[in-house]
Design a protein around this ligand. Structure first.
Ligand code: TRP
Length: 333
């Protein structure tokens, strides 16, 4: 039997290259090796945006479109919407009972989220009970499919650790070995920074979206930070101190391209503007097919909805099997 992966993303709107390189690309490869479940975590979106749900439905679809365009294949992977699987909410209840409060309180990722929330919404912003339960709900997502592995970005690893702890505790309490202790699966791609050199993120306005047009991409790339000490084209450049552009070359370029850029830059034979124009073209080339596919799905939304509904039905059948076992183990009526 194939081992099983589960992973999800919050519906934060259109995805950027950080999502693509850090997570989606990994999923696309893994789906051939593992039985794969990918879902849009719309309940998790509510943990911080319960009062801003106007775009939630569209955001779910946008995320699904980005996945499909990137090569997640609905014929081999199950793609679903978290909130269409009510079994996850029930499992969340059982897991909430066995999870000690201090396990969630010390979750570093949750602490970061709380910090961001406070900077955005002011010092008085309240952390809801639902947000405190973020790692437990995430454990329910993973354990619902009794996954063996969870492919995520490095920022999610702390959550997976809690999931393993909760699975072990559940198994101990109910004297079973039913739940796997799911392992994180990290990819080996280096993290892509934003155009300003900080972490790429939608809210920092330093991202390039999968869905950006070629013109927008080219324009954004021109704002990428380079070697700050360099003023003229003929100044000798320092690729290693080039804060963004050369890093992008290293991610997207072929070996010989990278070497050429480095040599020319060091000799003062390549201006930063020219360099970024070429870089924009390279990135546009990389995403050409994905963007074409994306445009197809944008104009065939019903097809996307069908995929989500079908996938959710399939996921639900798996969830019900697991839940039957859990109810029996916990001795529910
Ligand atoms: N917390 C994840 C993120 O922000 C999304 C997520 C929710 C998830 N449930 C999950 C990821 C279960 C993996 C497995 O990206």
């Amino acid at each position: 039997m194939k081992e099983r992966i589960v992973s999800g993303m919050r519906p934060t709107g259109k995805l950027h290259l950080g999502h693509y390189l850090g997570v989606i690309q990994n999923w696309v490869e893994l789906q051939h090796k593992y039985e794969s479940f990918f879902f849009v975590a719309d309940w998790h979106a509510l943990t911080t945006k319960y009062d801003k749900t106007e775009n939630l439905k569209n955001d779910v679809i946008d995320v699904a479109i980005d996945w499909l365009a990137s090569g997640i294949d609905p014929d081999i992977s199950t793609i679903y919407v978290q909130s269409l699987i009510p079994e996850i909410a029930e499992l969340n209840v059982y897991l909430g009972m066995v999870t000690p409060q201090n396990w969630v309180e010390r979750d570093p990722t949750l602490k970061d989220m709380a910090k961001i929330l406070r900077t955005k919404e002011g010092q008085n912003s309240q952390i809801s009970y639902g947000l405190m339960g973020y790692p437990v709900l995430m454990s329910a997502d993973i354990m619902m499919m009794n996954a063996t592995h969870v492919p995520v970005g490095i920022d999610q690893v702390a959550h997976i650790e809690i999931t393993r702890d909760i699975a072990r505790r559940f198994n101990n309490i109910y004297k079973t070995d039913f739940f796997n202790e799911a392992k994180p699966l990290l990819n080996n791609c280096s993290l892509i920074c934003g155009l300003d050199g900080n972490k790429m993120g939608k809210s920092f306005q330093n991202d390039i979206k999968i869905s950006d047009t070629e013109e927008v991409t080219a324009k954004k790339i021109m704002t990428a930070i380079t070697d700050r000490s360099r003023l003229r084209k003929t100044d000798l450049g320092h690729p290693d101190e080039c804060e963004v552009a050369f890093k992008y070359w290293q991610i997207f370029g072929k070996e010989e391209q990278i070497e050429k850029v480095k040599c020319e830059c060091e000799k003062g034979e390549r201006g930063c503007a020219d360099c970024k124009r070429q870089l924009g073209a390279l990135i546009n080339e990389k995403f050409k097919e994905i963007r074409e596919k994306r445009r197809y799905y944008e104009t065939h939304i019903d097809e996307v909805k069908d995929i989500l509904n079908e996938g959710s039905k399939k996921a639900r059948i798996e969830a019900q099997k697991v839940l039957n076992n859990i109810r029996r183990l916990v001795n529910m009526y």
